[in-house]
Design a protein around this ligand. Structure first.
Ligand code: F0G
Length: 380
């Protein structure tokens, strides 16, 4: 059972307050937070996920117009995205339940991550992806890990719908999309890491697709506050791609419900989602935090993908650049003030999806393999 029979939202794991009284953090990565995770770490299926770098921005902060910007690089997880945080907990849970196989619908990264953790656990993985909309690197990862790859004629939302139906009421084939509460538990550890390393910024910016990650981030932050580790909460900036922004649209229009987008479009295929499963939780998180939802164009996404690499040395996939593009928009609109402290989460590695970048990016010069020819190039 993954969904509330009353409201239809994904279920959330809640801890007894007494259980969280003597919480200690030891070790590194996701399992450092084992005291606030709902599975035993003894049999953890792990690839040493989490513990990703938090880089201080050296240039972009100034261009964007904030005093202090930090970039949390989730692309340095084992399979190159934040999904590994959730998958280590989710697949560990699958094994606890005795599942023989695991399944997900995916725009690519969930598939890559699930396949790797399933391989490690020695169980079968099925990944159901929209035909023609998944970056090559991600498909290659799933293939390499031996996943059974199913391509659906239709977008991610259709894929998730049939996968959800298949997995309802059985743990034989365990569903590991972010509607699974164990995934959210693993992913919330990003909040713990940010707080331990940085403290509480004024804002955290994050890309939003199916809306699980922003839900997880907020859950982690609220837990930290309720346990007394922090005494205030940051505002959340959730960023969607313009052609796939149902949550932003509802937010901007002051509506309580989203209107799903039938045919979402964006170059950021990872967040090409028209009917996000966790939209209600995301909306609630953003509102509770006093934050904002934003949308950014494909041009802005590609521009900030390039700038992140050329100004900061951080190569991310397009969906990830949405958080920085969104921050730039928010500062331009004076929603984020100059003197505020910001952490932006970049979610996936650029190596997974280099295609769009190759179309825009610069100079390559071919020469004969001769010293003089090389010298001419260097001298300009
Ligand atoms: N960034 C990247 C690189 C992603 O792959 C995703 C989601 C998101 C951001 C958005 O996170 O869905 O929790 O709001 N990718 C999913 C997948 C949908 O199947 O790989 P979200």
């Amino acid at each position: 059972m993954y969904f509330c029979p009353n409201c239809g939202d994904p279920l959330t794991i809640v801890y007894d307050k007494n259980e969280l009284k003597e919480v200690k953090f030891t070790g590194k990565g996701v399992w450092r937070y084992r005291d606030v995770l709902p599975v035993s770490s003894e049999n953890a299926v792990t690839l040493n996920e989490g513990g990703t770098p938090l880089h201080r921005s050296v240039k972009l902060y100034n261009e964007i117009g904030v005093k202090d910007l930090w970039i949390k690089n989730e692309g340095l997880n084992p399979t190159g995205s934040f999904k590994d945080r959730g998958m280590t907990v989710g697949v560990t849970r699958a094994i606890e339940l005795g599942a023989h196989s695991v399944i997900c619908a995916s725009t690519g990264n969930t598939a890559a991550s699930l396949s790797a953790y399933a391989a490690r656990a020695g169980i079968t993985s099925f990944v159901v992806v929209p035909e023609g909309s998944v970056a090559l690197g991600k498909l290659a990862q799933a293939r390499a890990a031996g996943a059974k790859i199913v391509k659906v004629r239709g977008n991610f939302d259709y894929a998730l719908k049939i996968v959800r139906s298949l997995a309802a009421g059985t743990t034989e084939t365990y569903l590991l999309n972010s509607v699974n509460p164990y995934r959210i538990e693993g992913q919330k550890t990003i909040a713990y890491e940010i707080v331990e390393e940085y403290g509480v910024p004024d804002w955290i910016f994050i890309p939003v697709g199916n809306a699980g990650n922003i839900t997880a981030l907020w859950k982690g932050l609220k837990e930290l506050k309720s346990m007394g580790f922090i005494d205030r909460l940051p505002k959340l900036g959730g960023v969607q791609a313009e052609g796939a922004s149902p949550i932003y649209r509802a937010f901007a229009e002051g509506k309580d419900e989203i209107i799903p987008i039938q045919n979402p479009q964006t170059v950021a295929t990872a967040i090409k989602i028209g009917n996000p499963a966790s939209w209600r939780r995301a909306m609630r998180a953003v509102k509770e935090s006093g934050g904002i939802m934003l949308s950014v164009s494909d041009e802005e996404i590609l521009e900030y993908q390039k700038r992140l690499a050329s100004k900061e040395g951080i190569f991310v996939e397009p969906a990830s650049a949405a958080s920085i593009a969104g921050l730039a928009r928010a500062t331009a609109l004076n929603m984020v003030k100059k003197d505020e402290h910001v952490v932006a989460v970049v979610t996936g590695n650029g190596l997974k999806d280099p295609e769009s970048l190759m179309k825009i990016s610069a100079e390559e010069i071919t020469i004969d393999a001769e010293l003089e020819a090389l010298k001419r190039v260097i001298k300009g």
